[in-house]
Design a protein around this ligand. Sequence first.
Ligand SMILES: Cc1ncc(COP(=O)(O)O)c(C=O)c1O
Length: 411
Amino acid sequence: MNKFVKDQIGKLQPSATLAINEESNRLKKSGKKIYKFGFGQSPFPVPESIVSKLKNNAEKHTYLPMQGLETLRSAVADHLNKNNDNDFKKEDIIIGPGTKELMFLIQIAFKGEILLPAPSWVSYYPQAIIGQNKVHWIKTESDNNWFPTAEALIKKIKTLKNKNILLFINSPNNPSGTVCKNLKEIAEVAKKYNLIILSDEIYSRLTFNDQYKSISNYYPEGTIVSTGLSKWCGAGGWRLGFFALPEHLKDLKESLKILCSESFTSVSAPIQYAAVEAYKGNHTAYLEATKKILSFTGNYVYDNLKSNKINVSKPEGGFYLFPEFNNAKFSSSTEMCKDILNKTGVALLPGSDFGMDKTRMLARLSYTDFEGNGFLQHILGGKKLDKADLEKFAPNIVNGVLTLKEWSNSL
Ligand SMILES: Cc1ncc(COP(=O)(O)O)c(C=O)c1O
């Protein structure tokens, strides 16, 4: 242990993702073709009307209220209430520099224990450790779409002495690309045992069947809704996300506000003004087109990978798949990903980074390695997609999947 580093920080391990990225860069420098299937970023440009609002507000330079711009909070509350049966008010909304930062601060404020479904997004666990909150994993299976069943949840809760429990649910899911089908059932358990749910809805507007339902509808008093600009409007680098907290969790909200003011103060002013347009404007055509591309691309990858050697769930939202290579035999999923990278140039992230047992040959595949703008312009008029479009606008997807399949067949 380093004498200048706190114990819980010193214990954090660099993620295997880092090793894969370093290896990708090394191979790329040596001239090898790399398929960037490890990257979790929207390939599309930010809608023009939102960019234009940002330009027009570049002169906004003062600090804004610590909870966020009032007009933005109203727009966000209206948006949530319109798309779900919520009743959020602007006072319930906190704007942050990305939801990751708000999740980090809630781990600092929250006193209790954390329940994470395995698999889960890579940052929940280290953030909980930094916040000194104990983490408990709940196993899930592809048969249940990679979400916890009510029975598994109850079984786990019964083993915990601490009754202050924060459960993370992320649907559509990173890494599995699936949508939770038993939200109501999970909500009922949460209600019975007084859990707090952090509903990470960062991919909600990228639900392919358009029928997104938030768990906050079934358990409004105990659910924190977390979402923002990063995924649906291609603005990850703008850093704007928000939490909607129900009245019932007022104390947590007040503490979170203090942590916001003592850390980032307020989100960049021009970005907040631009975000008003993101939530007030009509972006249906953009969303329909981007979802059509993502769904077509995801299904192409799924159809081409799924076999008796590769288990994979059908993509339902977001931009990931979570294949399991049944006939691969490596000491860990990290070793498998290194082998795939070295032999094929396809960069994937090991399942162990998402809380899965390292001996399961799982990896996260992101199907966003293409230039989104050209693809988007091509289909904005409502054109039907076919394989030729994918070959033209997303050749790395077509070639990367082919080489990955060949790798799996060669085992
Ligand atoms: C599941 C999930 N939650 C949260 C985030 C963080 O998003 P933000 O850009 O709002 O910090 C990501 C980004 O990769 C994510 O995949």
